[in-house]
Design a protein around this ligand. Structure first.
Ligand code: NAD
Ligand code: G3P
Length: 328
């Protein structure tokens, strides 16, 4: 496929990330339909050209329209609902996606089934071509056109090149890559480690502890990626190091902010906080690691923290008192 053949893009999911990707695609010259669930949101986007629920007063590109369903002439779809909702959204829209390239942009692993996003897509729409978009990218930055670079991974290299070229614009640079498993895992796992880093800051444990945590998270992530057939080298790129750095150091990350609250001793009340994908992915990552026989002390620590069954001081002391091991 040539990039010029990708004229019409549909984005499923009108939250902050879906709206930001729709905006970037429109700025890149595509005709974009943002698929919403709420008729009032459709009306606001089509008349006032804002999506206030997702991105406040940010003016949206004139090439972006909203609808309740996918149009018939879509060349490329982008799925941008929370990771635990991907199967439900594909259940509604999947029959329109047969044979199409589908960009998966949620960062998370599915509870219960332990599926990655590409596995969910291929189970529900076997003829679609999956591409995974991940990397350091806050919706607010992408929507405002601030410089952002991400990875776009697919086993179909020619398709990844074409879609990267079709979606690239003045503020968004996409690097095509082949290791979809590594990129998907990196995107899901960084949210778990961002929770941990936020908790370290919230508990006042210091910047040295947070830096050590990031480095050990990188090593842990590499073990899991390799065990699942991915490439550890992928983690040196945008989806690995790039996103781990962003999410583990910035309170703008919802996962980091949630960790901050946990570290301060606050109790999480479901539905009362912004989406923090790591809360759902942590137990899934732990189950996958157990299945593969991979040692993941940091993921275990986050699962324990989220369970509310142990204080952060005890969790940290448990991590620090493990038998010493070699780094090399
Ligand atoms: N916000 C960011 O900066 C950002 C950046 C990169 C990746 N992501 C990822 O994008 C995904 C979505 O995050 P977000 O920030 O847009 O969340 P959000 O909470 O802002 O929005 C989620 C949207 O999905 C819609 N939705 C939920 N279930 C649905 C369903 N079954 N069918 C159709 N629509 C449904 C909701 O109505 C809402 O509009 C997450 O996996 C997140 O990790 C977010
Ligand atoms: O706000 P978060 O923690 O969901 O992070 C958003 C993006 O994934 C950052 O790359």
């Amino acid at each position: 496929m040539q990039p010029e053949a990708i004229k019409n893009v549909a984005v499923i999911g009108a939250g902050s990330w879906g709206t930001a990707l729709a905006q970037a695609s429109a700025v890149a010259g595509r005709r974009v339909t943002l698929v919403c669930r709420d008729p009032e949101q459709v009306a606001e986007i089509n008349t006032r050209h804002t999506n206030s629920r997702a991105l406040g007063a940010l003016p949206l590109d004139a090439g972006l329209v909203a609808a309740l369903a996918l149009p018939a002439d879509v060349d490329l779809a982008i799925l941008a609902v929370p990771a635990q909702q991907s199967a439900a959204a594909l259940g509604v829209h999947g029959r329109m996606l047969g044979g199409l390239p589908v960009v998966l942009s949620a960062k998370g692993l599915e509870a219960g089934t332990l599926r990655r996003q590409s596995e969910i897509l291929l189970d529900l729409v076997p003829t679609a071509t999956p591409l995974v978009l991940s990397g350091p990218s806050f919706a607010e930055d992408v929507a405002a056109g601030r410089p952002t670079a991400v990875t776009l991974a697919s086993p179909d290299g020619a398709m990844a090149d074409a879609v990267a070229a079709a979606l690239a614009g003045p503020g968004l640079r996409l690097y095509a890559a082949g290791d979809m498993i590594g990129v998907e895992l990196a995107g899901g796992l960084k949210n778990v480690y961002a929770l941990a880093c936020g908790a370290v800051e919230g508990a006042g444990l210091g910047a040295s502890a947070r830096a050590a945590l990031i480095a050990r998270a990188f090593a842990e992530m590499a073990r899991l990626v390799v065990a699942l057939g991915g490439n550890a080298g992928t983690l040196t790129g945008l989806a690995g190091l790039g996103d781990l750095t962003l999410s583990c150091t910035s309170a703008q990350s919802r996962n980091y902010a949630t960790g901050l609250a946990l570290g301060r001793g606050e109790i999480l009340v479901e539905g009362r906080r912004p989406l923090a994908e790591g809360v759902f992915t942590a137990p899934v990552a732990q189950a996958i690691a157990r299945r593969q026989g991979v040692d993941v002390p940091l993921i275990d620590a986050v699962v324990l923290l989220l369970s509310g069954r142990a204080a952060i001081a005890d969790i940290v002391s448990g991590l620090m008192s493990r038998p010493l091991k070699r780094e090399d």
